[in-house]
Ligand binder design. Structure first.
Ligand code: ATP
Length: 259
């Protein structure tokens, strides 16, 4: 089964180049297959929620979209260019940023060193200072903690550091994988406000989240992943069909095999 998302709000898909397109993607780890033919696309400025229970393949999908996992078959097309099998830095150069829970910061470097590393790679030495100023203006708390080791920041502050980098890099596509994992509800709300701000700048997003409602609140479209297949794909606002698919997926065994 595959699921291609409809064009945004009835707009013609033919006139808008997708920021990313997954075409009949099968993928997994060695002998283990996690995705069994996923097709989806994200248009400019659109946000796609990827929801599903544990172990259904959401993170694998995110890894395929950022080039970390190479599909065994199918295609990954970024900005109209087929990047299937290309190294991850080509995905980054094409404007794909992958933000994950926890792994996005160097814990033994300070806040400022973390930011400077990213900005130097992207803007060159001369671009670091203006980019830092922009971050500290947007996130005064990070400015206050610029000399603190990133590993000693709270979970919420680490997520803030990750998203601050993203906001300045202005990727074409942000893949946000479980950014609320382990955070207190009030901090999760802050993280989601940030995602909304990033979206308002025109960045497209793939939002992977177990707190389904949070993801749906910021997204236009949604896919429910059930054992490596799309059990629903359509508007994020169609709660009736979406939650029916979600609940049906939850009722089945999470054995990693398709029906
Ligand atoms: P969760 O919500 O629990 O993070 P998920 O929907 O993101 O789950 P994935 O992380 O994509 O699911 O995992 C899909 C399947 O692939 C699972 O059965 C998982 O055990 C398996 N898997 C994930 N990563 C690896 C890996 N590196 N090596 C082998 N199997 C893996």
């Amino acid at each position: 089964m595959s699921a291609t998302l409809p064009a945004s709000d009835g707009e013609a898909a033919t006139t808008t180049e997708h920021v990313i397109e997954l075409d009949d993607v099968h993928a997994g780890y060695a002998q283990f297959q996690a995705l069994f033919g996923i097709s989806l696309s994200v248009g400019p400025g659109r946000a796609l929620a990827v929801v599903g229970h544990n172990g259904m393949g959401k993170t694998t999908l995110a890894r395929v979209a950022s080039g970390l996992v190479v599909p065994t078959s199918g295609r990954v097309v970024v900005g109209g260019v087929d990047l299937t099998g290309r190294p991850t830095h080509e995905f980054a150069l094409a404007g794909v940023a992958h933000a994950t829970e926890g792994r996005s910061v160097f814990s033994s470097l300070s806040v400022q060193e973390n930011l400077s590393l990213t900005f130097r790679q992207r803007f060159g030495r001369g671009g670091v200072h203006p980019a830092l100023e922009r971050v500290y203006e947007l996130f005064p708390r990070l400015g206050e903690r610029r000399t603190q080791l990133a590993g000693s920041l709270s979970g919420g502050e680490q997520r803030m550091l990750t998203l601050a980098r993203v906001m300045v890099l202005e990727p074409k596509l942000l893949i946000a994988d479980e950014l609320s994992l382990g955070l207190a509800p009030i901090i999760t709300d802050e993280v989601y406000k940030l995602l909304l701000r990033i979206k308002s700048t025109g960045t497209s997003m793939i939002v992977i989240e177990q707190h389904v409602q949070h993801a749906l609140d910021v997204c236009d479209d949604a896919v429910v992943i059930d054992r490596g297949l799309a059990a629903y794909s359509g508007p994020a606002a169609d709660h009736e069909r979406l939650f029916a698919a979600f609940q049906h997926a939850g009722a089945a065994d999470a054995d990693g095999l398709p029906n």
